[in-house]
Design a protein around this ligand. Structure first.
Ligand SMILES: [Zn+2]
Length: 155
């Protein structure tokens, strides 16, 4: 739009001149992503790979994150999945395991110790198996959407 110097707007006019339009570009893929074939969050999540290049591994051992990507060098310090993966696994496994335990109880009525022997290890195993892809998917989503802690703009 052209500049109107004589406009009588109620908001303070001097602050709107400060920001240049280049600062307010939407959060699209940054230019450094051009050399990587960035996978979708679901691809990177299911394979537990780096959210930028899709090649480097995300985890060091079972669920510990590496420091950075071994392929593209992406620093993993930005990652903050928090409680998100655990919540998803709890909802998924909680409902599934209780349903399965009830089904087995009403169908076969096994002794209680068999329930303990069956469901405890199975739940722990499935939790670890599920946590990896779910955590990796949430990390990839965080990377793609540039989600971070809320903070106030300082002008
Ligand atoms: Zn990478």
């Amino acid at each position: 739009m052209t500049q109107h110097s004589g406009g009588s707007s109620e908001s303070s006019p001097e602050s709107s001149r400060e920001s240049s339009p280049a600062e307010t570009t939407p959060a699209a893929a940054p230019p450094e992503n051009a050399q990587w074939q960035t996978p979708t969050p679901w691809q990177a999540g299911l394979k537990a790979r780096c959210p930028r290049c899709g090649k480097g591994r995300l985890f060091k051992q079972v669920l510990n994150l590496r420091d950075n990507c071994e392929c593209c060098g992406l620093d993993y310090k930005f990652i903050d999945a928090g409680d998100g993966p655990a919540v998803f696994v709890m909802f998924l496994l909680g409902a599934t395991m209780v349903g399965a335990a009830l089904f087995v109880e009403f169908t076969y009525s096994p002794p209680l110790w068999l329930h303990a022997v069956l469901w405890l290890p199975l739940t722990v195993l499935l939790a670890v198996v599920l946590l990896r892809p779910i955590k990796a998917t949430l990390i990839a989503l965080q990377y793609h959407n540039k989600a971070e802690q809320g903070r106030l703009d300082r002008d």
